[in-house]
Ligand binder design. Structure first.
Ligand SMILES: [Zn+2]
Length: 192
C-alpha cells in the first residue's frame, strides 16, 4: 500500500508495535496500515438427521463441502451465512449458533489473514438446487452416510462432526445499552 486510503497522501514507513508499518504523515489523519484480512463463513445446515452438502468444481478437481462464502464488509455475519446458503443451495435456513472457527495467518505468498466462522443452521424451507456457478450439486446427506460420501473436504467433516456432537455453541448476546455499537454483534457462550 503506497497511498493513504483516507486522504491520498503518500505513506511513510514508521516503527510501531515492533515492526515498520506504512503510515500517513498527515497530522489529524493518522491512518496506519496493519495488513489485509478477510472473513469467511461456513454452514452446517441440518434437517433432522441430514446435513447439507454442496459439490464444487474447478478445472481438474471436484469435491464436496459445506456451503459458505465471504462476508461483505458491511454485512452482519449471521446474515451472510443465511444469504450464502440460500444463494448456493436454494435452502432457507436459520443460523442458530457458532460451532467454531479457523484462523489462518498470512503467509509470504498470500499475506492475507483469514477467519472462517462455522455456524450451525436449521433448514426451514426452500428446495435444494445448485446455482451452477459455485455449486454443481446439492444434497441433504444422512449423517450415517457421511463417512462413505466421496471427496468431502476435511474441514467440512470437522465442522459437521463438531456441529452434530456439541450440545450448544456461541449465541448472539442480547442488545444492551452501551455494549454494542451500530453494526456490532457479540457472540457468547450459552447460559447465564
Ligand atoms: Zn491520511
Amino acid at each position: 500500500m503506497n497511498f493513504c486510503p483516507r486522504c491520498g497522501t503518500s505513506l511513510i514507513s514508521r516503527p510501531e508495535g515492533g515492526r515498520p508499518r506504512p503510515m500517513c504523515p498527515v497530522e489529524g489523519c493518522g491512518f496506519t496500515y496493519y495488513g489485509d484480512a478477510s472473513i469467511g463463513t461456513g454452514a452446517v445446515v441440518t434437517r433432522g438427521d441430514e446435513v447439507l452438502l454442496i459439490e464444487r468444481r474447478v478445472p481438474g478437481r471436484t469435491w464436496w463441502q459445506i456451503p459458505g462464502g465471504f462476508v461483505e464488509v458491511d454485512e452482519l455475519i449471521h446474515d451472510a451465512i443465511e444469504r450464502e446458503v440460500l444463494e448456493e443451495t436454494g435452502v432457507v435456513a436459520r443460523a442458530v449458533d457458532v460451532v467454531g472457527f479457523r484462523h489462518a495467518a498470512g503467509v509470504p505468498d498470500r499475506p492475507v489473514a483469514n477467519i472462517y466462522v462455522v455456524f450451525r443452521l436449521l433448514a426451514e424451507g426452500g428446495s435444494p438446487r445448485p446455482d451452477l456457478e459455485e455449486t454443481f450439486d446439492v444434497q441433504f446427506v444422512h449423517r450415517d452416510r457421511l463417512a462413505d460420501w466421496p471427496g468431502v473436504a476435511a474441514l467440512s467433516l470437522w465442522a459437521i462432526d463438531a456441529a452434530l456432537t456439541a450440545p450448544a455453541g456461541l449465541t448472539i448476546e442480547a442488545a444492551r445499552d452501551g455494549l454494542q455499537r451500530p453494526g456490532h454483534t457479540i457472540f457468547r457462550l450459552p447460559g447465564a
